[in-house]
Design a protein around this ligand. Sequence first.
Ligand SMILES: NC(=O)c1ccc[n+]([C@@H]2O[C@H](COP(=O)([O-])OP(=O)(O)OC[C@H]3O[C@@H](n4cnc5c(N)ncnc54)[C@H](OP(=O)(O)O)[C@@H]3O)[C@@H](O)[C@H]2O)c1
Length: 227
Amino acid sequence: MTLSLAGRTLDPAPQPVPVRSGGFGGVQGLETYLRDEAVDLIVDATHPFARRISANAGAAGEAAGIPVLRLERFGWDESDGDRWTRVPSVRAAVEALGDVPRRVFLAIGRQEAKAFDAAPQHRYLVRSVDPVVPPLDAPDVDYILARGPFAVEAEVELLKRHETDVVVAKNSGGEATYGKIVAARILGLPVVLIERAAESDGNRAGTVEEALPLIDHLLASGRKRGV
Ligand SMILES: NC(=O)c1ccc[n+]([C@@H]2O[C@H](COP(=O)([O-])OP(=O)(O)OC[C@H]3O[C@@H](n4cnc5c(N)ncnc54)[C@H](OP(=O)(O)O)[C@@H]3O)[C@@H](O)[C@H]2O)c1
């Protein structure tokens, strides 16, 4: 088994399995890798918002004749007390903030934070694992570097300390980054929540527990076909 990382995080968390890092070079590069390494199965466990690598994995798996299992955790559902505005894209999130200046907690990662330069009237607190480079051009921006999981109490403190008016987040699902959503609920703050694109067809699992028997099944089917 090999775990593949994109290589974006400067100091990735240690993993209990062999790790490779860096892009494959598109669909063709990935297909070559799959053949060279005699890979039997791809488990696409990339982030719910990492769409390109998922599309590449589907296409390369098909070209190399091996199955792909999409492991994608479920998104969060709205609970009592949540004040969510659901939007389909980062651009729509920028617009949803409106014209009136607000204090925004921007917790969508560093790659798309620059989109908020389009709304420079707001004050931003940007949190990411690695620095936002280049930084935003908007005039009033603070940055925090931090890696989850984030506890609810600490998130409440953070939102209070920065006098946050609104949280912008992706509907990533999972526990590690849910603290900010709960903190916003506790403080009665609105959340602009960026939703995922439509899911692709194929083999899917929402949890590791659900994925394991499917992995066995897909590998056994491959062996039967002599793949
Ligand atoms: N997007 C997010 O919100 C988000 C949040 C947290 C973590 N992440 C993680 O950060 C990584 C990059 O995210 P992204 O949104 O930039 O991805 P993306 O747009 O789907 O992928 C861009 C390119 O990065 C390379 N790549 C991505 N994931 C890879 C992997 N696991 N192993 C090898 N190469 C990979 C591929 O390059 P080649 O075409 O050269 O193969 C891919 O074409 C992903 O692994 C994702 O799980 C993303």
